[in-house]
Design a protein around this ligand. Sequence first.
Ligand SMILES: [Fe+2]
Length: 370
Amino acid sequence: MDFTVAAKYLKMLTEHPAAPEELPNGESLFYEWDPSLPYSSDVYATQIEKDPDKDFVILNFGDIQCHDGEAFCQVGEMAEETMDKLIRGIKPDMLSLSGDNAFDPLAYLRLIRFLDAYDIPWAACMGNADQRGLVSEFWADYQMAHAKNSLFDYGPKGMGDGNFIINIVQDGKTVHTLFYMDSHHEEMAPDGSEYYDHFWPSQIAWYEWAVRGIAAEEGHVVPSTVIMHMPVQEYIDAWKSAHDEKTGELKEPFRSMDFCKVHESFGTPRDNNGFFDKCLELGSTKLMLCGHDHINCFAIPYRGITLAYTMKTGYGCYWEKETNGGTTLSVDGNGNVAVGYHYIDPTKSRVKKFVIDYYGIKLYGPKDTD
Ligand SMILES: [Fe+2]
């Protein structure tokens, strides 16, 4: 890192607001919302144009999650090399992060700088780890909202960080909506045990308000994708429907699907807050995409909604080398969305020393069996 960049980073660390209260003139950046407000895409959504002659392709990176030290050594180089190969190979219309973007502030700044360099619009939701080592979660919001090519928005007040709407528009019509939603963090139970929080009732009300509002604007329910960090509990049911527990085998057609696996327990919220059922009731959301469980990877249609894990990107925190890469969401002119997994083989990495040194070592996750 050169001195100019280091100085810029230090300024961002020390001078940028850590909380909305630190903003001048009581400015909030989050907006006031209640369900009685009339919905308008012009006010509450970002529009992004789709070329009518081809699918709109979103390339999502999962749980890059580097510490500061890692971001500036081979762990970070490895993740950046993976992302660079994917971006150059796929040439996506938009980049996306599904949370646990980085543990620490310098790693966050480096990641934002890296993504911005491609001049492709990008968006991100927040993961449970996007606060631990940072100045604050709001500080990370602030960095992303100010990045040149970022579509990140703070969202409504009192619903966490980064609940926002992106409409994919073709010939003046919204064909598909992306909901980025904050699934929050670990909470402490009275007995001292930790559990995962999930969407709050106000977020579910906001989602319903937007789905109905967009439908009213377009004259029909518009298909949508929810991008969130933690999976809803129905991911477990979806896996049970695709996997024979007795034999340990995948059922058809999942047997022939690449990268379909559950190698760690589901990090779902403790409670089912009814979000999946609300999505079924409203009929808009056709896909949910989450990260969080680094070594689980699947896309399983379940009761009309495809429940998908993103593929993990890079080594950060823990990984399996068999599923290193990115995930595409391809939206066609009718708003249908298809999931694609794109593997980048780490053994072909030019960051060879990293690969040799780190194979078999898992600092935080289950031990590699190789
Ligand atoms: Fe993670």
